[in-house]
Every structure is written in structure tokens, then in C-alpha cells.
Design a binder for this molecule. Structure first.
Ligand SMILES: *Cc1c(COP(=O)(O)O)cnc(C)c1O
Length: 429
């Protein structure tokens, strides 16, 4: 499979090149030249396949010959080495829990796949590779975990100061070794802007920089796995399916939409967002007008200019009407989110993290006027990652999983930066 730059279709790359580069030379996001369709037979009989077999079948055409079959099988199996449970919530909906990975966020799937692909690609290379990543909270931890102590790989994480939760910050800043955390005076969009700038900077041409953000195709594509796995579990429901995805940079939902394009029978998607509602407004009036990013309690979605939206548009050949027939977007306030966390806890005794609560709100809003759909909302983080919010809403302490308790004892090591020049100085030293 070849990938082209969304800025210029003449700029092309193989799977391997696109994974290593992250972003095309002209700053464009990579996009597959064609979208394979899975045969109907496979979809109709999906329950006969293991999760690993499903994932392999889905990813194989995108990887082509760039990774040999045995290695790809291994990578897929390791990527899916934790549970992805689909649980009933009420008669109208299920939830897909994506927080059982090593850093308790759904990003463990994409980051796990990406880090294993990169390890494979650089294993015989003498040159060190540097992974540069901006995080709104969860990406950094998942990437750091994926590459921790990996020879030949250095990870540099940019995170917005005081805008990530305590546990998230611990996951980024206490590892040391080949992981460097940079604490940026600013918001996530600034972190992301700095990373994008670094990729274009001629002074870094020899640095072997790659991006681990959801713009990297290996993260985007592998997130399709759990949509297929979820469908396997819910096929017997036998109703049109709507899936609500808590969205920030829109990588996750873009993977779901790609899965749909390949033939996965999900009828509709809901992009559920917090106050950072650029896409909700866009789908209403056709104007793409990002406002300044607003901090919210669902901070991993504090993104006002979502990088992957351009891919969503490309999937629908830039036709707003087509997008709207597959995607609805709703935005919810922190107050509504907190109320949802309380209400759900009172009803079920289950704790939703703020992002998952936003997803549930979006699903309910859609189902209110579309009653014949069966719903699924994605839970993208374990509530412990946002224990301050949970504590405030429910007045209870979320129990810290034992493996994570150690993190709290380790000292934070992060370098404060406030400008692109600061980043440059660190990279060039
Ligand atoms: C990253 C993240 C999101 C947003 O995912 P995108 O792919 O950027 O839309 C939602 N919830 C949590 C917990 C996250 O970490």
C-alpha cells in the first residue's frame, strides 16, 4: 500500500516510510491510496475468528510486504495482549472498555502497535531514532511505556503544564532512561504546534525525528482493531449500530470511520466532545472556526483544531453531506459531564471517567431521536486517571491499581520550556 500526503498527492510513501516519518515532508498527513474492502463472508462469519486473526486481516493490506507475516502476527498478538471487554449497560446500549492496557487508556492499542512496528523497522539500523510526541495527557504515557528502555530509541514528550492529571504526569515524568518529559508553558495545541514545527525545521533534517501522535498512520490504522472486535461481540443484537466516541484529535473516530469504509456494519458514529466543539459547529454551519482551546475536566479532548479531521473529510471525499450522514457531533459542558458521572454511579455503582461520561451523553442524545439504534459508547480511560474529578463528583476515592502505586513514590523529572527555541536547544544539544 502506498500513502500520499493530504497536501500534495504526488508526495508518496510506503507503509514503513510513512510510519518512520510520521508526517509527510510537506507537513501533510499520510492517507492510504486506496481503501480495501473486506469480503462480506469475513464480516458475516466474524465470530469464527479470534481477535488476533481479525486484527491481522484488517491491517494486512495496509502493511503489505513491509513487515513479514510472522512478525506482523506477533506484533498484532502483543498489541492485543489485554482484554477489550464489551459490557451491557442498559437494554439500549453496551460499552466498550478500552482502558485495560498498561497505562489504562485506549491509546495503549495504537501506541503499542506503533512502538512495535518502529522497533521492528529500526532493529538493524545504527542510527538512533527520536520519537517526538505532544500529549494532552494519555498519549505520552502510552508511548513512553511502549518504548521504555528500548535501545536506539529516544522519546521526547511535550505536555501542557498543569493541564494533565496527577497520575498522567507521573506516568510521563518518572520513567527516566530514554524518556524525556518537557513541561510546556501553554496548552496542548501549543505542544502540537511545536512538534509540527520541529518536523519542518531544516536544522533537524539529520535527527531522525518521528512523530508518535495520532497523525502517525500506525496508530490511526491499528485503532480499527477494537471496532471490529466490538462488532463481533454485538453482531447478534441485529439492529443498526451507533457508536459514540469521545473525541479530541479525532484519531479514534477516524479509525472507526475507516473500518466502516472497509465494510464494518456500523451505521452511525457520534463524535462526543467537551466545550472544545469546533466540529459540532462545523457540522451545523459548514464553517471550520477553531476557538481558543478551553481547559475542561475531560482534558485529553481539549483540542480545538483536531489534526485528524482532514482525514475524516478525505474519507468522505470532502463532501459535507456524506460526512453528516455517517457522523453526528455533540458537545457537553463540564457540569453535564459531572452530572452524568453522578447519575451513572447512582444507577449502576459503576464509575465513568469524564471522557467516557461525555461519550455516554453523546450516545443518549443521538438515541433520543433515533430510537431504533442499538448504542455503544467507548470508555477511553480508567477513572483513576481522573481521580480528582471523581472525588469531587462522588466523594469517594478511586482505588489505585497496585502496579501504579509505585509511580506516586517516584520523583517527577521534567524540563520546563516555553518557546520553540527552548525545544530546539534541547533537541540540538
Ligand atoms: C486521547 C483521548 C481521547 C481523544 O481521542 P482522539 O483520538 O484524540 O479523538 C479521549 N479520551 C481519552 C481518555 C484520551 O486519552
Amino acid at each position: 500500500m502506498k500513502y500520499y500526503s493530504l497536501n500534495n498527492p504526488d508526495i508518496q510513501a510506503s507503509f514503513k516510510e510513512a510510519v518512520l516519518l510520521g508526517l509527510a515532508k510537506d507537513k501533510g498527513l499520510f492517507f492510504p491510496q486506496s481503501i480495501p474492502s473486506l469480503d462480506k463472508d469475513f464480516i458475516d462469519n466474524i465470530e469464527q475468528y479470534s481477535n488476533e486473526q481479525i486484527a491481522l486481516k484488517v491491517i494486512q493490506p495496509f502493511v503489505g510486504k513491509d513487515i513479514d507475516q510472522d512478525t506482523l502476527e506477533q506484533i498484532v498478538a502483543q498489541t492485543l495482549s489485554f482484554p477489550l471487554p464489551v459490557k451491557p449497560v442498559d437494554p439500549k446500549c453496551h460499552t466498550l472498555e478500552l482502558f485495560h492496557g498498561p497505562t489504562l487508556a485506549f491509546k495503549d492499542v495504537g501506541a503499542g502497535f506503533m512502538s512495535r512496528c518502529l522497533k521492528h523497522f529500526v532493529k538493524d539500523s545504527k542510527q538512533k531514532i527520536r520519537v517526538l510526541v505532544a500529549t494532552s495527557g494519555d498519549t505520552g504515557g502510552a508511548i513512553a511505556h511502549g518504548f521504555y528502555k528500548q535501545k536506539g530509541v529516544e522519546v521526547i514528550i511535550l505536555y501542557p503544564k498543569a493541564k494533565v492529571s496527577d497520575l498522567q504526569e507521573k506516568q510521563l515524568t518518572t520513567l527516566g532512561h530514554n524518556i524525556t518529559a518537557l513541561e510546556v508553558e501553554g496548552d496542548f495545541d501549543l505542544c502540537q504546534t511545536m512538534v509540527k514545527k520541529a518536523f519542518l525545521d531544516p536544522e533537524f533534517q539529520d535527527l531522525n525525528l518521528t512523530s508518535a501522535n495520532s497523525i502517525n498512520i500506525s496508530r490511526w490504522l491499528s485503532q480499527m482493531f477494537y471496532y471490529f472486535i466490538m462488532y463481533k461481540e454485538l453482531k447478534q443484537v441485529n439492529k443498526p449500530l451507533v457508536v459514540s466516541v469521545p473525541s479530541g484529535n479525532f484519531g479514534n473516530i477516524c479509525a472507526g470511520l475507516l473500518a466502516k469504509k472497509m465494510g464494518l456494519p456500523i451505521d452511525h458514529f457520534v463524535a462526543s466532545t467537551n466545550a472544545n466543539n469546533t466540529i459540532t459547529r462545523y457540522l451545523e454551519d459548514g464553517q471550520y472556526k477553531p476557538n481558543p482551546t478551553q481547559p475542561t475536566i475531560s482534558n485529553a479532548m481539549d483540542v480545538s483544531d483536531p489534526s485528524n479531521w482532514i482525514r475524516v473529510m478525505e474519507l468522505f471525499e470532502k463532501q459535507d453531506i456524506e460526512v453528516k450522514s455517517s457522523v453526528s457531533a455533540y458537545s457537553f459542558s463540564d457540569l453535564q459531564t459531572k452530572q452524568k458521572i453522578k447519575e451513572h454511579y447512582q444507577k449502576t455503582g459503576q464509575i465513568l471517567d469524564p471522557h467516557s461520561a461525555v461519550a455516554f451523553l453523546g450516545l443518549e442524545k443521538f438515541q433520543k431521536s433515533n430510537k431504533d439504534y442499538h448504542g455503544v459508547f467507548l470508555q477511553t480511560a480508567h477513572p483513576i486517571k481522573f481521580d480528582n474529578v471523581i472525588n469531587e463528583c462522588l466523594n469517594i476515592e478511586v482505588e489505585i491499581p497496585q502496579e501504579l502505586q509505585k509511580l506516586y513514590e517516584n520523583p517527577k523529572i521534567a524540563t520546563p520550556i516555553s518557546s520553540y527555541q527552548d525545544l530546539k536547544d534541547i533537541l540540538l544539544k
